[in-house]
Write a protein that binds this ligand. Structure first.
Ligand SMILES: Nc1ncnc2c1ncn2[C@@H]1O[C@H](COP(=O)(O)OP(=O)(O)OP(=O)(O)O)[C@@H](O)[C@H]1O
Ligand SMILES: [Mg+2]
Length: 375
């Protein structure tokens, strides 16, 4: 079922990008690609998926190989905006068009154990971790990594869901059943100074670029605020982040944008997880960088030259969770940029974001405070 007709929606002879997933990330890919003469088509299970505003929407499960082939037919390239797309379903598109990034990245990102083992293999520092396959295994894993620890489901977790903090022996005993008796990864809780992320892009010929490090603030497991460039980072930290990102991108033969969530501790960077897609902590790049993560992802997957990832000044992004603030109030704040995803309000749902841009970090913080007061 096509929600809107496929005819008459593509620029003549222009490239067509098929996107697996039709959420706000897909929508922002479309909004970035259209000025370059690129058309988009989306596959999503929700008939009201928000990306439907920027291109035809095919309704279907992202694990349905037939549906994936259907959305891929006639496309220049197939990409994805959700890391839950089953790798085999993504591969099903390969007969119609190249799939970028390579679906191997999905397999890595979908299993926290595989992901952490990959970081370790590439010499990227991580918190001590151990897998657990049953209740006794949780206790053995905790013996290995110590308390406090976090037990996380190996697959399916997002926005802090599928995790339990283990402080005591009683927590350890409860964790297996509480998390649904599924394979777990147990990791030491990192006593970090702050959370950072690096958003990076690799082109088809293999050029890698990174945006400046981003400082991230979470509440209840959900990203609330990002500041970029992250205040107070050293050149050595920026280089360390770029270096670990490049190692990952090259190992995965990756083409497109990828984000790595990091913990900063004693000036060192520990990798938490990767997202094989454009990322919430990169939304600031739309107004705050020379080229946005969305535009560079489109450029990369189409085999085009990458744009500069330099910051234009100082930016901050604040997520609108559950409901949007009053638009006019936000727009009245100098330097504020309003993004409405046109999604129905629902508790815990990301329905929009606001980015503030400024010439200095002080001005950025003042504008952020003004926005935070109404979001
Ligand atoms: N080992 C750890 N030590 C300390 N804090 C942690 C650790 N692992 C996770 N956290 C905290 O929990 C948050 C969510 O964890 P994580 O990113 O692993 O899960 P997630 O559910 O995949 O989140 P999302 O998909 O929203 O990024 C992290 O951003 C961090 O604040
Ligand atoms: Mg995370």
């Amino acid at each position: 079922m096509i929600a809107t007709p496929l005819v008459g929606t593509s620029p003549s002879n222009g490239p067509l990008v098929a996107v697996l997933g039709g959420g706000q990330l897909g929508r922002m890919l479309g909004l970035a690609g259209r000025p370059l003469g690129v058309a988009f088509r989306f596959l999503d299970p929700a008939p009201d998926a928000t990306a439907g505003a920027v291109g035809p929407l095919l309704i279907g499960a992202l694990g349905d190989a037939a549906r994936v082939q259907e959305v891929a037919r006639g496309a220049t390239v197939v990409t994805y905006e959700w890391e839950g797309v089953p790798a085999d379903a993504a591969r099903a598109a390969a007969g119609s068009a190249p799939v970028r990034p390579d679906p191997r990245a999905l397999e890595v990102a979908q299993d926290r154990l595989v992901e952490k083992e990959m970081f370790r293999r590439l010499g990227i520092e991580v918190a001590p971790f151990a897998p657990a396959g049953d209740a006794a295994g949780v206790a053995r894993a905790v013996d290995a990594v110590g308390l406090p620890a976090l037990a996380k489901t190996r697959t399916g977790g997002y926005d802090g869901k599928g995790q339990r903090l283990l402080r005591t022996g009683a927590d350890v005993d409860r964790a297996w059943d509480a998390l649904g008796a599924v394979p777990l990864l147990v990791e030491a809780r990192v006593d970090f100074e702050r959370e950072l992320s690096v958003v990076a892009v690799r082109s088809a010929p293999g050029e890698t670029r990174c945006w400046p490090l981003v400082e991230n603030h979470h509440a209840d497991g959900i990203l609330r605020v990002s500041k970029a460039p992250a205040p107070g980072t050293t050149l050595a930290m920026e280089q360390a982040a770029a270096d670990l990102a490049a190692r990952l991108l090259e190992d995965l033969a990756y083409v497109g944008v990828l984000a790595i969530e990091l913990f900063e501790r004693d000036g060192r960077l520990l990798a938490n997880e990767l997202a094989p897609r454009v990322h919430n902590s990169g939304h600031w790049t739309i107004e705050g960088a020379e080229t946005s993560q969305f535009e560079n992802h489109v450029r990369a997957v189409l085999g085009w030259p990458l744009g500069s990832t330099a910051a234009r000044g100082h930016a901050a992004m604040i997520n609108c969770i559950g409901a949007l603030p009053d638009r006019d109030t936000v727009l009245a704040i100098e330097g504020a940029h309003f993004h409405d995803y046109e999604k129905a309000p629902r508790a815990g749902r990301k329905v929009g974001h606001v980015t503030v841009t400024a010439a200095t970090a002080e001005e950025r913080d003042q504008r952020l405070a003004a926005v935070a007061a109404v979001v």
